[in-house]
Ligand binder design. Structure first.
Ligand code: FPP
Length: 282
């Protein structure tokens, strides 16, 4: 597979953006709340489903771009556990679009070495959708590049509930179970995939909408007013550029502040570390 720079026309706006990225500091995992399809359609006096239809192209562009950049994972929020409240015709259109995408894009997913999986309460989806999702998962299982997670019938709280239930079930079977951050992470739908370092939300709302609640604990948030159907490669590259300008501290201090790191609270209960450092570290 060619890298992103190899397929861009030298001097084009996307090429200029791509060449200004620091290849050593790309996010490993990008998560996207694709929002604004309805507003995009309304602005054009079109039915809402036209917005969803126009939302397929940016999905294709983002998957290809992340794959060519060599990222580890891309997680897209396609359908939430709350989206069942929408009119039946809209929900059915979303299923149709999803099936169309899966069929049409399989060849590209293979070409781009993308490994696909659906995350969420997949068992509650219509059988035909489950079958198509499984076929794409199986067909791409041997691919070693980008992990594409499509969140469908997904809820962040439901995911944590499912993880805790799995641990309780293990305990009931008599297996040794520890409840730790690690054991909960290992039972999330995204087990074995690093947490997103960048969460993008389109169309301006400042909410996380029950998406990857556990995994985004330290993610950088990037909200753009661009509506999802208008989101293009330049918008994705701009989000990555913005991410690279951020200083990520994970609760610690910036690298130019020279107070030595404090030990963990357990180790400092009779505390010999600097109280200033302790206060700043929180
Ligand atoms: C949010 O816009 C978008 C969705 C609920 C669905 C996302 C679906 C797509 C991008 C279509 C194709 C997807 C795949 C995976 C092929 P909204 O309807 O909430 O917009 P609004 O807030 O402007 O009403």
């Amino acid at each position: 597979m060619k890298s992103l720079l190899e397929i861009l026309e030298p001097g084009s706006p996307d090429w200029v953006l791509a060449t200004s990225l620091d290849a050593g500091r790309l996010p490993k995992h990008i998560a996207v709340i694709m929002d604004g399809n309805g507003r995009w359609a309304r602005k054009r006096s079109m039915p809402r489903v036209a917005g969803h239809r126009a939302g397929v192209e940016p999905v294709r562009i983002c998957v290809e771009t992340c794959a060519r950049l060599g990222l580890e994972a891309l997680t897209l929020y396609a359908f939430s556990v709350e989206n069942w409240k929408r009119p039946r015709a809209e929900v059915e259109t979303l299923w149709r679009l999803l099936r169309f995408y899966l069929k049409k894009e399989l060849a590209d997913l293979m070409r781009n070495n993308v490994r696909f999986q659906a995350i969420g309460r997949i068992e509650e989806l219509p059988a035909s959708i489950r079958r198509d999702l499984q076929e794409t998962t199986d067909a791409t299982a041997g691919n070693t590049g980008l992990r594409l997670n499509l969140a469908i019938n997904y809820g962040g709280r439901a995911e944590i509930v499912d993880a805790v239930r799995a641990l309780v079930d293990q305990a009931r079977r008599g297996e040794a179970v520890e409840v730790t951050e690690e054991s909960i992470s290992n039972h999330l739908y995204t087990a074995n995939i690093s947490d997103p370092d960048l969460l993008i939300r389109t169309s301006g709302e400042m909410r996380v909408s029950n998406f990857l609640l556990w995994q985004i604990a330290y993610a950088e948030l990037y909200v753009t007013d661009t509506l999802w159907p208008d989101f293009r490669r330049k918008d994705l590259l701009s989000a990555i550029m913005d991410f690279q300008r951020r200083e990520r501290r994970f609760g610690g201090l910036s690298t130019d502040e020279s107070i030595p790191a404090a030990a963990s609270p357990a180790a400092t209960s009779s505390s010999s570390s600097s109280p200033v450092a302790e206060a700043l570290i929180r």
